[in-house]
Design a protein around this ligand. Structure first.
Ligand code: SIN
Length: 283
């Protein structure tokens, strides 16, 4: 396996591996190590079936079911992320976020496989929250370190639900769930269990406020953090090709699916894998 960094701060492309074949212990270890250092992995031309996709996710942790977008049939852990050619507004993941941070135990990461790619557009952006932490001004570091942030599942709840016409994957996602409106506390800063690097764990889709501060007092601080945490220097932009896979560390990155391919269909297959509940120090 060869590793080719994509930017100076996040993501590497891997070559020389065929993930359709059984994954040896050595390869599994190399994949985990590469993900811990690069946070996003890209592997082209894999064309995995559902079983191979699941087996790859298992390298990183037990596959998890997305309670708001479960897969159909025998594979509830496999979410089909589809935008039809006829749809315009609302795309799954179309805003900066880490996945499902309003759950008690958000996923540790995801494996996303490209099934059908539009002729142009439909790229995915990723942002390293470790690079964002490193570059955060010292007063903000002091404000956040050791503090919890509060998350709610705005797109899936009742109180903050977007208008129906802006919702993605209508019909295959669970909406209006009062459980999603409940406040969930997670540390605002996490330490990676393997590398020991600190990273921000705050995102504009789900983070409502900082512990100890009202929503109004949190708002200007959070706005500054949201802007900072996705600066271009911390990001990579991935152009998809059929059969390509990305794997990401959901505790140390944010991502954003770009909705710029109206009139064309895009289909991805995604499974998340479990991580530990985010805690301040894992090591
Ligand atoms: C997501 O998992 O948020 C969607 C990513 C994508 O479709 O590019």
């Amino acid at each position: 396996m060869k590793e080719h960094p994509i930017t100076g701060g996040i993501a590497a492309e891997l070559s020389g591996i065929d993930l359709k074949q059984p994954i040896s212990d050595d390869l599994a270890e190399a994949l985990r190590d590469s993900l811990a250092r690069n946070l996003v992995l890209v592997i082209r031309d894999q064309f995995l079936d559902v079983d191979q996709h699941r087996r790859l996710a298992e390298v990183f942790g037990p596959p998890a079911i997305n309670p708001y977008a479960p897969g159909k049939g025998d594979h509830p852990e496999m979410t089909s992320v589809i935008k039809e050619a006829s749809e315009r507004t609302g795309v799954f993941g179309g805003g900066w976020h880490s996945d499902l941070t309003f759950l008690e135990k958000p996923p540790g990461g995801s494996v996303l496989c490209a099934i059908q790619i539009p002729p142009y557009g439909g790229d995915t952006l990723y942002a390293s929250q470790q690079a964002a932490w490193d570059a955060l001004p010292e007063p903000l570091k002091q404000l956040l370190d050791g503090r919890d942030a509060i998350h709610v599942g705005k797109p899936y709840g009742v109180k903050w639900a977007p208008p129906v016409e802006e919702q993605s994957m209508k019909g295959s996602t669970k909406r209006n769930d009062p459980e999603a409106d409940k406040e969930r506390f997670h540390p605002a800063v996490l330490t990676h269990p393997v590398t020991g690097r600190k990273g921000l764990y705050i995102n504009e889709t789900y983070t409502m406020r900082l512990d100890g501060l009202s929503e109004a007092d949190s708002a200007p601080i959070l706005r500054q953090i949201f802007q900072h945490s996705t600066l271009p220097e911390f990001c990579c932009r991935l152009r998809w090709s059929p059969g390509m896979i990305t794997i990401w560390d959901n505790y140390s990155t944010q991502h954003y699916a770009i909705n710029d391919y109206h009139g064309h269909r895009r289909e991805m297959r995604r499974t998340t894998f479990e991580g530990d509940r985010p805690i301040r120090e894992w090591a």
